[in-house]
Design a protein around this ligand. Structure first.
Ligand SMILES: *Cc1c(COP(=O)(O)O)cnc(C)c1O
Length: 392
């Protein structure tokens, strides 16, 4: 039997730029056969060489070569040390919150993704975890909300769906002064535009279903860390929950990542055009988009990111406009999710934020006339023309 020990050796490609790293991954070529497309190792278990000698792969719940290539690729792109890929973004977040012990307190963004809200309020609350949802873009509010038992600040930036921007470096500093960790959900911008670990954050989580996968064809989650103790935590969670990403889905994500930089550039360009067009439409009452120079957090955005991403939220004048728009869009698809090649329009109040209490939604601005757009990589004029015909 050939020895796979060279799987342990991979270059971090430190001399390469982001785009080349995205294309070439960790090992890139599979070392045994030279396969340029890293293979899908559809094997549950791995043969041992002899007593005490293995290839380092034992059983696919623990680790799998295809998933490992993906995890290392993500660690490289996020400039971390250790990556973990889960069966969904929710699974990654579940593993994150198990870091907390009973009696610990966590601060989260007030308009956070509905699923994250549900994890904290319905699952971890039962185990004695305390929480507060506050506006993390307001540093004074954060300082006032920190408690002696605060052990985590969970940051989503830009936030979903109000597009508020939190200062990652500042919040990481506040967390560390308090002996807490700073976690960033980097789903919206990806490491192409924002690298939280380089700004001081301890953990990056992703719904890789979105931009990392990028093609609306897989459900996946990811975590990247630098610290060994955090890495050990995620390794134990992954093998205990048994929710590591399957080899086929790992391969699809590796394939998606090869074009991450190109897709993000186009999402960014298209969103800028669509946001500007929406802003001038008479039926649109407000546009939430981090790329506007008059966005209240624009200065923070420019300091910590290199782009604005493809997400836009907006409010329209009436329920009639909402209904007409969601019924009459043609190329643009009325569907939940974001970050794929296709432009999707979402109705947050009954879709992504269904589980957020109504009074909270109203306070945040997630009203009945509020919509979210994940701008795809089609021709921007086609996206605009489709929205235009559907609104008029
Ligand atoms: C979609 C999403 C999640 C949940 O991820 P799944 O892959 O759907 O489980 C978490 N956070 C954000 C910001 C998301 O958009």
């Amino acid at each position: 039997m050939k020895n796979f020990s060279n799987y342990r050796d991979y270059s971090k490609k430190e001399n390469l730029k982001f785009d080349s790293k995205a294309v070439h991954g960790a090992l890139g070529c599979e070392p045994l056969t030279g396969a340029v497309s890293f293979p899908i190792y559809q094997s549950a278990t791995f043969r041992h060489v002899e007593l005490g000698v293995t290839t380092d792969f034992l059983y696919s719940r623990l680790s799998n070569p295809t998933r490992q290539e993906l995890e290392r690729t993500l660690a490289i792109l996020e400039e971390g040390e250790y990556g973990f890929c889960f069966s969904s973004g929710q699974a990654a977040n579940m593993a994150m919150f198990t870091w907390l012990n009973s009696g610990d307190h966590v601060l989260l963004m007030d308009d956070i993704y509905g699923g994250t809200f549900r994890i904290v309020t319905t699952i971890f609350a039962k185990y004695g975890i305390e929480y507060d949802f506050i506006d993390l873009s307001d540093i004074e509010a954060v300082k006032a909300a920190i408690k002696p038992n605060t052990k985590m600040i969970f940051i989503e930036t830009p936030s979903n769906p109000m597009m508020k921007v939190a200062d990652i470096a500042k919040l990481s500093e506040i967390a560390h002064e308090n002996g807490a960790i700073a976690v960033v959900d980097n789903t919206f911008l990806t490491p192409y535009f924002q690298k939280p670990l380089t700004l001081g954050a301890d953990v990056v989580v992703h719904s890789a279903t979105k931009y990392l996968g990028g093609h609306n064809d897989i459900i996946a989650g990811a975590v990247v860390v630098r610290d060994e103790k955090l890495a050990e935590h995620f390794s134990v969670q992954l093998k205990s929950h048994g929710n590591g990403l399957a080899p086929m889905d790992s391969w699809l994500m590796l394939r998606g990542i090869k074009t991450l930089h190109l897709r993000m550039q186009r999402h960014n360009e298209n969103a800028m055009k669509v946001a500007q067009w929406l802003r001038n439409h008479p039926k649109v009452t407000k546009v939430y988009y981090v790329g506007f120079s008059d966005h209240k957090d624009y200065e923070v955005t420019c300091r910590q990111t290199t782009g604005f991403g493809g997400m836009i939220s907006f409010a329209v004048d009436s329920m009639d406009t909402v209904k007409k728009l969601l019924r009459d869009v043609d190329m643009v698809l009325f569907a939940e999710s974001l970050g794929g090649t296709e432009t999707l329009i979402t109705y947050p109040t009954t879709q992504t934020h269904e589980d957020t209490p109504k009074d909270v939604k109203e306070r945040l601005g997630i009203t009945d006339t509020f919509l979210r757009l994940s701008v795809g990589i089609e021709d921007a004029d086609d996206i605009i023309n489709d929205l235009k015909q559907a609104m008029e």
